[in-house]
Design a binder for this molecule. Structure first.
Ligand SMILES: *Cc1c(COP(=O)(O)O)cnc(C)c1O
Length: 429
C-alpha cells in the first residue's frame, strides 16, 4: 500500500488551505503522517486517491449511516437538483422533513432547520436563554458542541488531540456565562446551582462521542432532568451525533429521557449540510417570526439538502438497522477486547449501539479525565496498522468509530485480521 498521490495532494493543499484540511479533525496531527485524500466511496467502503480501499468506520464522522451513495438518496437528490438549488422561499420538502423529525422526537412540536450542528447548538442555546430569561449555561468537560465561542471550553476530541486549552481568539467575555461540570457527576451540577441563580440550561451529549464514547451511568440523565425541573432550568440534548443513530428517536428514545430542546445534525442530512433544533410549541414560539429570538439562514432548509435528509431518513426507518448495529457493534467490541487480551495490551472499549471506540488504558472510562489516561502513542501505532490493513478510522484516540448498515460479513473478516495485526504491533512497542 502506498500513499503517493495523497502525499502529493497534501503538499499542494498546504499552499492555499490551512493544513490542507477544512476541519482540524481531518489532519493527522495526533497520529503522525499526512492526511489521506479521498477519491470516492460506496456502501461500507471508501477509496483514496492512490486506489487503496478501506472499510470506512469514519463515515464522515457519523452522517453516512446507511453507507455511501445509497441508490435511494442519489435518486432523491437527483430529482431535487432538476428543480433548482436554492430559492430563498419555502418548499414542501421542508415540511416533510420537519414532520419526520418531530414524529421521531415526541417532545418536539416544531423544528427549525439550519446548515450544521454548530449552528443548531448556537441556536438551541440562544433559545434556552430567550425562554428562561437567564444567561448561564452549564456544559460538561469533554463534550463538544460545535465551535461557537461560548462553548469552546473543555470541549473534547479536536481540542484534546491538538492540546489547545479552549481556543485562541475566544474572549473571556464570551465564556463568562459558561460553567463546566463533570460527566456522570450530578453533584458537580448541583454545586453550580448552589452558587448561581441565573442558570438557563444544561447542555449535554446524552451519549458522549467527542471524548471517545462515554456513556451516562446509573440513570444519570433522568436524575439530571428531574433535578433541572426543580430549578426551572432547561435540558438541551445535543443529539447532533446520536440523533437517528442510537435509535431513530436518538439517545433520548433509548435512555427514556426527554430534553426540553434537542439539537440535531449529521445523520439528519445523510451527508448533506443539515442541522436542526426543536422543542415543544411553548419554547419554539420564542423563535422569529413567531417570537423575539432572532435566527436566520440564507441556505437554511436548502432543497438539495432536504432531499438528501428525507431520502436518508426514509431508508433508515425502513431498514431499522438498530438491532444489526447492536449485534455488529458487540462483535467488534469482543474482537477488540479478545485481541488485546491475546497480546496483553491494556484496553477498555466503550460502546453504545453503532458508536464505539477502544481506549488504550486499563481504567474504566466514565469521564474526560479518565479518557485522558489513554496512551495516545499506542493509538497512533494501532491507527496506522489499521490503515495499512484496509480499515479507515478517525485519526484520534478521542473520536468515536461509526457503523453503517452497509457493513458486510466480509468487512468483518477484514476488520478482524486488521485488529489482530494492529494489536500485535502495539504489543511490540
Ligand atoms: C459534530 C458535532 C457538533 C458540530 O456539528 P458540525 O456539523 O460539525 O458543526 C455538535 N455537537 C456534537 C455532539 C457533535 O458531535
Amino acid at each position: 500500500m502506498n500513499f503517493k498521490n495523497s502525499e502529493k495532494l497534501y503538499k499542494k493543499g498546504l499552499i492555499n488551505l490551512v493544513g490542507a484540511v477544512n476541519s482540524p479533525v481531518r489532519a493527522f496531527s495526533s497520529v503522525g503522517g499526512n492526511p489521506l485524500f479521498i477519491k470516492k466511496a460506496k456502501g461500507s467502503k471508501i477509496i483514496d486517491v492512490d486506489g487503496n480501499e478501506y472499510l470506512d468506520l469514519v463515515l464522515s464522522y457519523g452522517p453516512m449511516i446507511i453507507g455511501h451513495r445509497h441508490k435511494k438518496v442519489q435518486k432523491g437528490v437527483a430529482k431535487a437538483l432538476k428543480n433548482g438549488y436554492s430559492f430563498g422561499a419555502s418548499t414542501e420538502n421542508e415540511i416533510r422533513l420537519a414532520k419526520m423529525v418531530c414524529d421521531a422526537f415526541p417532545e418536539m412540536d416544531k423544528v427549525r432547520f439550519v446548515n450544521s450542528g454548530t449552528e443548531a447548538v448556537i441556536s438551541g442555546v440562544r433559545l434556552a436563554r430567550a425562554f428562561t430569561g437567564k444567561d448561564k449555561i452549564i456544559k460538561f468537560s469533554g463534550c463538544y458542541h460545535g465551535h461557537q465561542d461560548s462553548l469552546l471550553v473543555a470541549a473534547g476530541s479536536g481540542l484534546a488531540t491538538l492540546s489547545i486549552p479552549g481556543s485562541k481568539g475566544v474572549p473571556e467575555e464570551a465564556v463568562k456565562n459558561t460553567l463546566i461540570a463533570e460527566y456522570n457527576n450530578l453533584e458537580s451540577i448541583k454545586k453550580h446551582f448552589d452558587e448561581h441563580s441565573d442558570i438557563a440550561a444544561v447542555i449535554i451529549e446524552p451519549i458522549c462521542g467527542n471524548m471517545g464514547v462515554v456513556i451516562p451511568q446509573h440513570n444519570f440523565l433522568n436524575e439530571l432532568k428531574n433535578f433541572l425541573k426543580t430549578k426551572g432550568a432547561l435540558l438541551i440534548a445535543d443529539e447532533v451525533m446520536t440523533g437517528f443513530r442510537s435509535k431513530f428517536g436518538g439517545a433520548q428514545e433509548v435512555l427514556g429521557v426527554t430534553a426540553d430542546i434537542t439539537c440535531l445534525g449529521k445523520v439528519i442530512g445523510g451527508g448533506f449540510p443539515v442541522g436542526a433544533y426543536g422543542a415543544r410549541n411553548e419554547i419554539m414560539e420564542q423563535v422569529a417570526p413567531l417570537g423575539g429570538m432572532y435566527q436566520a439562514g440564507t441556505l437554511s432548509g436548502n432543497p438539495i439538502a432536504m432531499a438528501g435528509g428525507i431520502a436518508t431518513l426514509t431508508e433508515l426507518k425502513k431498514q431499522n438497522p438498530y438491532h444489526k448495529f447492536e449485534k455488529i457493534g458487540n462483535a467488534i467490541e469482543i474482537i477488540l477486547l479478545e485481541t488485546a487480551k491475546k497480546y496483553k495490551v491494556d484496553l477498555t472499549v466503550n460502546r453504545f449501539g453503532s458508536m464505539l471506540n477502544p481506549f488504550f488504558t486499563k481504567e474504566i472510562v466514565t469521564n474526560f479525565k479518565l479518557a485522558q489516561t489513554s496512551d495516545t502513542d499506542k493509538f497512533a501505532v494501532f491507527f496506522w496498522e489499521m490503515i495499512r490493513n484496509g480499515v479507515f478510522l478517525p485519526p484520534s484516540q478521542f473520536e468515536a468509530w461509526f457503523l453503517s448498515s452497509a457493513i458486510s460479513a466480509r468487512d468483518m473478516k477484514k476488520l478482524t485480521i486488521a485488529v489482530d495485526k494492529a494489536m500485535k504491533a502495539v504489543s511490540k512497542m
